[in-house]
Design a protein around this ligand. Structure first.
Ligand code: GTP
Ligand code: MG
Length: 403
């Protein structure tokens, strides 16, 4: 079984977030309501900028389609969450048909990948992507995929990957999106609107990815991020492929512009700045190397360049990025608490109404001290809100059993 543990969970500032999630998990009956409010890390940017490579590392090695021949053409929604038994699975979520007409959303189980090795998972993920590109195929078990042309070159239909198990304490949601391509206007417009749809959500943490090998001004990531999050509070940038230009120190202007992006200064600035991330280039010799070794080597070379000397050290490498992402996730969660609270307020009044329809004083509850005690405490709201709801449910169950 491939061990998939996100490095976000191992970052020192992850602990208190994990504690909050453990508390929330105790309210199991309502847990699905938190899905909507769970902060989601969304990567977006130009085609081939390195989005899937970054997410592969942030998930602890999920082999997403990546590279020039394996572009991302559908959203990949990844959920890492705790469960008693380990279960890794892929499902397909259809929201549009082959003519791009919206359909009533349906989710279909595609594959259990718990015991598969890395190359088998990679294959399944690529196959899953092709199924969502071909929404006319309704039976994914028996139908064969078309040999060459797919119904949809890009699609909103999503590949959903769930990684659950006892070690997944961190409750992480991430989305990999197709890159914005310039060689076809229709595809470009479609992907731009898809990205906008994902990043407009208040609970999304925006991760625009820039590649050092093209001009920052011509890459769409900056404009998209600024439009969706004008004050930049839920945005953090990533700069990839610095290894491709680090050996050209004479290109000072380019290095200067990139260093400003990383520091959060200059024309293209984010308040949270950007992080230098070096992924594997995909060549054979690098695939076998430890990704953090590769990254350290690039960072070491970069720091020898005078322009990069005054860039704070904590702007380099995946580990520093995970610290920042954890901070942004905590902030996003805090902002969603009022919504969660009002959800519980509504549930409480529903339960109160139901409870009031049951006989309270004369027969059952008088005879049952547990009900008597719970009901009086809840009605007087002496207990915290979530506990009150759980308590009311217990009361109702007890009453039902006794009647
Ligand atoms: N040298 C180098 N290559 C990288 C880096 N990051 C990604 N790559 C390579 O760039 C190519 C594209 O990477 P992907 O991760 O597929 O990029 P993407 O943005 O997901 O691409 P699309 O989904 O097609 O938009 C792959 O061959 C990667 O190995 C990096 O930091 N340095
Ligand atoms: Mg990709």
């Amino acid at each position: 079984m491939v061990q998939l543990n996100s490095p976000l969970a191992e970052t020192p500032n992850a602990r208190d977030y994990i504690d909050i999630m453990c508390e929330i998990k105790k309210l199991e009956a309502f847990y699905h309501e938190f899905e909507e409010n769970n902060p989601t890390i969304v990567v977006f940017g130009d085609q081939s900028s390195g989005k899937s490579s970054v997410l592969q590392r942030l998930t602890g090695g999920l082999p997403l389609p990546r590279g020039s021949k394996k572009s991302t053409v559908a959203p990949f929604k990844i959920r890492m969450l705790q469960s008693e038994e380990p279960l890794h699975k892929i499902s397909l979520r259809y929201v549009e048909d082959k003519n791009r007409e919206p359909i009533h959303p349906r989710e279909v189980d595609f594959a259990i990948i718990t015991d598969l090795d890395e190359s088998e998972i990679e294959e399944k993920l690529r196959e899953a992507q092709r199924y969502v590109q071909n929404p006319s195929i309704t039976n994914v078990e028996s139908s064969n995929l078309p040999p060459d042309t797919d119904e949809l070159a890009y699609t909103k239909n999503a590949v959903c990957v769930t990684i659950s198990g006892p070690n997944q304490l961190y409750n992480l949601s991430l989305v990999d999106l197709p890159g914005v391509t310039r060689n076809d206007q229709n595809h470009e417009a479609f992907v731009l609107s898809l990205v906008k749809e994902y990043i407009k959500k208040e609970t999304s943490i925006l991760v625009p990815v820039f590649q050092a090998t093209s001009d920052i001004a011509t890459q769409c990531a900056y404009r998209l991020a600024r439009e969706a999050d004008p004050d930049g509070q839920r945005t953090v940038g990533i700069l990839t492929k610095m290894d491709r230009i680090v050996d050209h120190p004479s290109d000072d202007e380019k290095h200067y512009e990139l260093s400003l992006l990383v520091k959060g200064q200059g024309e293209h600035r984010f308040v949270n700045g950007a992080y230098v991330i070096r992924n594997s280039s995909g060549v054979r010799s690098e695939i076998l190397e430890d990704p953090s070794e590769l990254e350290n080597e690039t960072i070491r070379k970069l720091k020898q360049h005078i322009i990069w000397n005054d860039v704070p050290l904590d702007r380099f490498g995946l580990q520093n990025l995970t610290t920042k992402l954890n901070d942004l996730r905590k902030k996003a969660h805090k902002q969603s608490l009022p919504r969660i609270r009002s959800f519980f307020e509504d549930r409480r009044s529903e339960f109160e109404k139901k409870l009031n329809t049951l006989p309270l004083s004369s027969d059952i509850s008088d005879r049952n001290p547990i009900i008597r005690c719970l009901a009086s405490k809840i009605m007087n709201t002496q207990v915290p809100l979530p506990a009150a709801i759980v308590g009311m449910m217990i009361c109702m169950c007890l009453k039902k059993n006794l009647m």
